[in-house]
Design a protein around this ligand. Structure first.
Ligand code: KG4
Ligand code: ZN
Length: 365
């Protein structure tokens, strides 16, 4: 079976052809993975402008899909189903991909499979590495999300923690903007931090526990795992962002403060900020693995491209005897191959959608 995946939830227009390999341990293979990035358009604004994003998706979607077929050496008639990101995301952007996928499914007379964007990020790990040793503790960390899932078996996802405020990638982007480093901030801070001392500045690590008064989302865990909920922790990154802002102000430097600091100091700020983010992300992911007796750790989403996060996660995994899986860079940031893979998973779970399917900006998983 070959499925065409379409992704347009934020600022990347993407299409990919993924096929089944007939091997349960390594179920899928990407024949193509085409991404038209809008980064150059949004860079001028220091962040994604939703209206510009949806207009650009409209311009790009047809060409990107044609290219995905061409790269995959298939024609429209070889496509057995369409998978599309239904949400969460920017609603105008989602609607472009959704309308395209619905039209294609209707004209080909093939099923339409709705996919949750974060299920796509989780399945990027399986597309890359084959089925993980389950149960798995999987962190999805990107510009829009920081969510921790307990995955007891293939295709079942239980949310066990999520950010109460900023996503980790958002914190990277905001801190980079504050320091006048450019957009998107993640890759820039990743690079500059390699030159800095990560213990130079003691930025605070936020810790939210079950004792916190803030209400947490309802979580349905498999039988026997309810007890672990009492340990559940969420993430928070807005305090860290404020701490960096205060530090910058304490030096009488305003936003875009690049010139108030030496290159050396900027590298120290980046490294110290990054150390706190990585510690917060990995402490919870490894704690959850311990509480749920996970047999593996997965880290997916744009921030999983971070070189230091990958290195520290792998080292911690080796210490506790847990394999750590991350996607390759092309599958870490938003792409449609992961949506197609998750679509195949859902299709075999019996999920298809009518053509009345609507986009859902806050879809939950
Ligand atoms: O998954 P993604 O492409 O889009 C969303 O669904 O949000 O993630 C984009 C985010 C941005 O915030 C970007 O700064 C961050 O991923 N990012 C990184 C790195 N590469 C991308 N963050 C830290 N280190 C990186 N190397
Ligand atoms: Zn994403």
């Amino acid at each position: 079976m070959k499925i065409l995946g379409i992704e347009s939830s934020c600022d990347e227009t993407a299409a990919a052809v993924v096929e089944e390999r007939g091997d349960a341990a390594r179920p899928w293979q990407a024949r193509s993975n085409v991404i038209a990035s809008q980064v150059a358009i949004h860079r001028a604004w220091g962040g994604v402008v939703p209206e510009l994003a949806s207009r650009q998706h409209l311009r790009d979607i047809c060409g990107v899909a044609e290219r995905a077929l061409e790269d995959g050496r298939v024609g429209w008639r070889d496509i057995d189903a369409l998978a599309v990101t239904q949400g969460p995301g920017l609603v105008g952007s989602l609607l472009v991909g959704l309308s395209f996928a619905k039209s294609a499914a209707a004209s080909l007379g093939v099923p339409l499979v709705p996919v949750h964007h974060l299920a796509g990020h989780i399945e990027s790990l399986v597309l890359e590495h084959g089925e993980l040793p389950y149960p798995a503790s999987v962190l999805v960390v990107s510009g829009g999300h920081t969510s921790l899932y307990f995955v007891p078996e293939p295709g079942r996802y239980h949310l066990v923690g999520r950010t109460r405020d900023d996503a980790a990638g958002e914190a990277y982007d905001k801190v980079a903007k504050l320091l006048g480093l450019g957009y998107p901030g993640g890759p820039i801070i990743d690079r500059l931090a390699t030159q800095g001392n990560e213990h130079a500045i003691a930025f605070p690590v936020a810790r939210l526990t079950h004792r916190d008064r803030n209400p947490a989302p309802e979580v349905l865990l498999p039988e026997g795992f309810e007890k672990a909920l009492q340990y559940r922790t969420d993430f928070s990154f807005s305090g860290l962002k404020t701490a960096v802002m205060r530090y910058v102000k304490s030096r009488d430097a305003g936003p875009g403060a690049r010139s108030a600091f030496s290159d050396h100091e900027i590298a120290d700020i980046c490294a110290s900020f990054q150390r706190v983010v990585i510690e917060a992300l990995l402490n919870r992911t490894f704690d959850a693995a311990r509480w749920y007796n996970a047999r593996s750790i997965g880290i997916a989403g744009g921030v999983s491209a971070n070189s230091r996060l990958r290195a520290v996660a792998t080292a911690r995994g080796e210490q506790v005897g847990l394999p750590v899986f991350v996607p390759s860079l092309k599958l870490a940031t938003d792409n449609a191959a992961m949506i197609a893979a998750a679509g195949l998973r859902r299709f075999h779970q019996g999920v298809t959608a009518p053509l009345s399917l609507n986009a859902h900006a806050n879809l939950s998983l």
